[in-house]
Design a protein around this ligand. Sequence first.
Ligand code: AQP
Length: 347
Amino acid sequence: MAGKQFKQRVFSGIQPSGSLHLGNYLGAIVKFVELQQSHECIYCVVDLHAITVWQDPNELPAAIRDVTASYIAAGIDPKKHIVFNQSQVAEHAELAWVFNCVARLGWLNRMTQFKEKAGKDRENVSVGLYAYPTLMAADILLYLATHVPVGEDQKQHLELSRDIAQKFNNDFGASIAARGHGEAFFPQPEPLIQGPATRVMSLRDGTKKMSKSDPSDQSRINMTDDADAIALKIRRAKTDPDALPSEEKGLDHRPEADNLVSIYAAVAGISKAEVLRHHGGAQFSAFKPALTDLLVAKLDPIGKEVRRLMQDPAYIDSILADGSARAQAIATETMKAVKDIVGFVRR
Ligand code: AQP
């Protein structure tokens, strides 16, 4: 892969599998918004991924529109960049199939997210849940994306996407070169995992990731929670009895304290060390109201805008239709080239 320069392009997505939460916001959306200044960005509502576990068909359309509204309310510009939902661009599924034939079973067997999500009931989960990472590789590589902003939990899947890109480039190297694409057709997408909140933890258990699928709504701050709900959840958030330390090292083995300090740092845009310089020695009874004020100031306007946008589903659908058409134009070109490289006969 040495040498070939790919145009810099950002791709990422979020599943419409429930209410978006502070982890999705700090781990992903904040970076999506920042990257718009420096890159061409494509942000997807990954509905094909969502159905790897059961989704009620009566609720899925609202969930898709809710993620779209959250993108826009947080500051993503769907005119300058591309916002769309995955199922409107059939090439995602088409490239995923090719990648199913490139990726090795042994690679997928190592994926920890599958192991966690399948749990003990492995025989009973969908084939889609197992193949999820090959679809994710297709999402990214369909647009020849070079940078992928994600939370820490997606690091392993990103590494798999890089392995798939490399194996495709190697396996079809002669065909790629013969068709004038140089030494590599796909780039090696780089994960962008940065900041103090790449892994926001549950408010009820500091060792578990904050997640949409956690049955307890008290475990997460939803992007659309109002000020009262945020205050209540932070007040009830699990903590230990000690005061906050003055240095970061003092957060070791205190997962809940570390989580609240990390959230504060990420929302305030400062380091954890700085948070502790101001709040070291404080009891949680004093720190929690300060954290609540910060969260309300950040999330309340976004939540209000999401609720306003959700009043107009036709507008949201028009954004998705426009974004899908623009995404499709890129995807079609990639798939034509992939078909030629693999050796399919096409119209
Ligand atoms: N707790 C988190 N901290 C930081 N980042 C997070 N992300 C998710 N949870 C956290 C990041 O959000 C983006 C979108 O995630 P996703 O919806 O595609 O899937 P997920 O990672 O499986 O998120 P959830 O909330 O845990 O969903 P469910 O419960 O449906 O599986 C990704 O960039 C992810 O890293």
